[in-house]
Design a protein around this ligand. Structure first.
Ligand SMILES: C[S@@+](CC[C@H](N)C(=O)[O-])C[C@H]1O[C@@H](n2cnc3c(N)ncnc32)[C@H](O)[C@@H]1O
Length: 339
């Protein structure tokens, strides 16, 4: 690979350090910056296909095989002593981080839609975001308790801006289904181990919440179908939702995986044709036509939550915070469809 190619990989790791790891994982931030400056590691990454060079995938693969390193020197030793093992794991797995904490971002929207709900999540991973009604939430000034179950539910903390219309109760979900290219089975210990490694180091509360959500998924077994969100399975699942419930098609941290903007837009059109509500929680670059409705400067490192193309809130990518923007942007009339 030429110098330009290596510089591109390096820039990707700097972007990850600046926009994603900064303030969330000091270890990942330091490792990403060190990778960006290390020719040998960049050379290793250049032997992988472009979509397999993601910082999250490299960092998780090394930790999965050798444990969490204390710092760059140890990380580099682990990687360069076993490049084939790391490469093979990176080729075999993908970043399917399933973050149930993102339900805290979705909840204010879901609770305002006409109940009961039929939830269809595309890019569902292990289906942990398909169970927003089974978790507890702590929004600081308001808490929502999980329904009483034999299992200890996770409680997601989310700091929500003052204007956020916090729900008084969890949504009433009567049907749920997920679609994924490569579904994860929450009752398979090896698959769950990989999901756990995808949680960043230092984030012990996130890990504990993930484990609690995985236990619920292993019991509830939300229906997950293998398939591409651009394919016929999506259309079929939409048609299977009960007609007396409000069908909500949603996704979080998924559409970025579709590299072509025209394909992403085609999915959006299809989702809005097949369901009364399409909820997207993605980086603003994923749907620039929606993000530009908020203005031209987008807060770094935040997802944009939107409903049927109307921007609703800026959200932390893992669901830790939420800034409501719907009413000021869309006005009360447009926001009406959310009530
Ligand atoms: C980063 S994970 C996010 C999982 C979950 N939505 C969440 O927020 O926790 C992205 C998921 O999207 C799935 N995915 C990517 N492209 C897809 C496609 N074209 N069709 C269906 N699923 C896809 C991946 O397999 C992966 O499980």
């Amino acid at each position: 690979m030429d110098e330009e190619g290596l510089a591109e990989i390096s820039a990707r790791y700097v972007r990850f350090a600046d926009a994603e790891a900064l303030g969330r994982s000091p270890l990942y931030e330091a490792l990403a910056r060190a990778v960006a400056a290390d020719r040998e590691t960049l050379g290793f990454l250049s032997t992988l296909p472009d979509m397999k060079r993601q910082p999250n995938l490299l960092l998780a693969a090394v930790r999965h095989l050798f444990g969490t390193p204390t710092g760059w020197t140890e990380f580099r030793q682990m990687l360069l002593a076993h490049p084939d093992a790391v490469r093979s794991l990176m080729l075999q797995r993908s970043t399917q981080t399933n973050e149930p904490g993102r339900c805290a971002s979705l909840l204010p929207v879901l609770a305002r839609l006409p109940q009961p709900l039929a939830l269809l999540e595309v890019g569902t991973s292990a289906g942990l975001c398909l169970m927003p009604d089974l978790y507890g939430y702590d929004y600081g000034r308001k808490a929502i308790r999980a329904p009483v179950m034999a299992l200890e539910p996770p409680v997601f903390r989310c700091s929500a801006s003052e204007m956020t219309p916090l729900p008084t109760a969890a949504p009433h979900v009567v049907w749920r289904a997920g679609l994924d290219l490569s579904p994860i089975d929450a009752s398979d210990p090896a698959q769950v181990a990989w999901l756990k490694t995808l949680v960043w180091p230092e984030q012990t509360e996130r890990l504990a919440n993930l484990q609690a959500a995985v236990k619920i998924a292993a019991t509830v077994k939300p229906r997950i179908v293998k398939g591409d969100l651009r394919g016929s399975e999506f259309v079929r699942l939409c048609s299977e939702a009960p007609k007396d419930a409000t069908l909500v098609v949603f996704h979080t941290a998924v559409l970025d995986y579709i590299s072509d903007l025209a394909d992403r837009e085609a999915f959006a059109e299809q989702a809005m044709r097949l369901a009364p509500y399409w909820v997207s929680n993605e980086f603003p670059r994923t749907f620039p036509s929606i993000a530009t409705r908020t203005g031209t400067s987008w807060p770094p490192g935040r997802f944009l939550l939107s409903v049927n193309r109307s921007p609703v809130a800026w959200t932390d990518p893992h669901g830790a915070s939420l800034t409501w923007i719907a009413d000021e942007l869309n006005g009360p009339a447009d926001a009406e469809h959310l009530r």
